[in-house]
Write a protein that binds this ligand. Structure first.
Ligand code: 7PJ
Length: 287
C-alpha cells in the first residue's frame, strides 16, 4: 500500500499540495440555495465563513462548485455558473489564501477562475466538453478527471457495464489521461477519480470501492467523493443528514486502498478518520 500512489507534490498555482499522505478536500457549494436565503452578498459571506470553518478543521483544499451534478439535475447557463463561482473564488483566494479547486466542465469558467487564482480544476466530465482540454492545458493547473458514463441528467437510467466496473473505469480514465497528455497536460498535473455515484448502481459503487486498487495501474493520485451520497442511504436507510458515520467508513476504506484526496462535506470528522487510518497504515513503514 505504501508504494501506491507515487509520493508526489502537486504544484497548484501559488500553492503546493503534498500528496505523500492523504488530504481532505472540503466541498463548498455555490448553488443559490446552499447558504442562507438572503441576497447574493449574504450568500457569499456565508460561503466564506463556511470555508474558513473547513480550513480550521483541516481541509487542504476547498472545492467550489456552481453546477449541481446530482442525478437528474438540470444544466445551468454559463453566465449563471460564472456569476455563482467567480466572486466566491476571488474572495477565497484573496481573503483566505486557500488552495481553491473549481468543480466545472466549462472552458470559460476554467479560464476565468484560473485568472482569479484558483489552484486546481475538477471536471466530472473529464474535459470532454469542446475546448475544455485546451482551457485546462493553458491553465497550467492540476486537473482531476473523473469517470462518468453519460451526463448527470440521464446517467442513473439503468447504468450498465460490459466488463467489471473497476475495469471499465480504469480503461476510461486511461483514455482520458492519454487525451490530457496529448493536449499538453503532463502526468504530474493529473489526478484521477472513479466517480462514485455517477452512472453506477449500488452494486457498482460497492464493488468499485472494494476493487479500487485496480486504479493503481494508472500510477496517479486518486481522489474519491462519497460524502453523503445515496449509496450510503441505500445500504443504511439513512437520510442525507444521517450519512456521516457511513461516509467515514467509506473514507477509511478508500484511504486504505490508496486514495490521496477525500472530497467531503464534513471536514473535521473526516480528517480524524483519515489521520487515524493513515497512522495504522504507516506503522512500521519507515523502519
Ligand atoms: C464528485 C465531484 C466526485 C469529483 C461531485 C456530490 C455530487 N467531483 N463533484 N468527484 N461529486 N471529483 O458531491 O454529491 O465524486 S457533485
Amino acid at each position: 500500500m505504501s508504494e501506491f500512489p507515487p509520493s508526489t507534490v502537486l504544484q497548484c498555482g501559488r500553492h503546493s499540495l503534498d500528496l505523500s499522505r492523504p488530504r481532505v478536500m472540503g466541498i463548498l457549494n455555490a448553488t443559490p440555495d446552499s447558504f442562507s436565503d438572503g441576497g447574493r452578498f449574504n450568500a457569499i459571506d456565508a460561503a466564506l465563513a463556511h470555508a474558513e470553518h473547513m480550513l480550521a478543521e483541516g481541509a487542504a483544499i476547498i472545492d467550489v462548485g456552481g453546477e449541481s451534478t446530482r442525478p437528474g439535475a438540470s444544466p445551468v447557463s454559463l453566465q449563471e455558473e460564472l456569476d455563482r463561482v467567480a466572486p466566491l473564488v476571488e474572495r477565497l483566494v484573496n481573503e483566505l489564501d486557500v488552495l481553491v479547486s473549481v468543480d466545472t466542465s466549462c472552458p470559460e469558467v476554467m479560464r476565468e477562475v484560473t485568472a482569479l487564482g484558483a489552484g486546481m480544476l475538477n471536471d466530472v466530465r473529464s474535459l470532454r466538453r469542446p475546448g475544455a482540454l485546451d482551457a485546462a492545458a493553458a491553465s497550467q493547473l492540476p486537473v482531476c478527471v473523473m469517470h462518468m458514463q453519460g451526463e448527470p441528467g440521464d446517467m442513473q437510467r439503468d447504468p450498465h457495464y460490459d466488463v467489471p466496473v473497476e475495469d471499465a473505469v480504469t480503461t476510461f480514465l486511461a483514455e482520458r489521461v492519454a487525451a490530457c497528455e496529448t493536449a499538453g497536460i503532463s502526468r504530474d498535473r493529473l489526478i484521477v477519480d472513479p466517480g462514485f455515484g455517477f452512472a453506477k448502481t449500488l452494486e457498482h459503487n460497492l464493488r468499485l470501492l472494494k476493487r479500487m486498487d485496480a486504479l493503481a495501474h494508472l500510477e496517479l493520485p486518486v481522489l474519491v467523493g462519497m460524502s453523503r451520497k445515496s449509496l450510503i442511504g441505500k445500504v443504511l436507510g439513512r437520510t442525507v443528514e444521517e450519512r456521516l458515520p457511513g461516509g467515514l467508513a467509506l473514507a477509511t476504506l478508500a484511504v486504505e486502498r490508496g486514495a490521496r484526496i477525500i472530497r467531503v462535506h464534513d471536514v473535521g470528522p473526516c480528517v480524524d478518520a483519515v489521520n487515524m487510518t493513515w497512522a495504522v497504515l504507516q506503522e512500521g513503514e519507515n523502519q
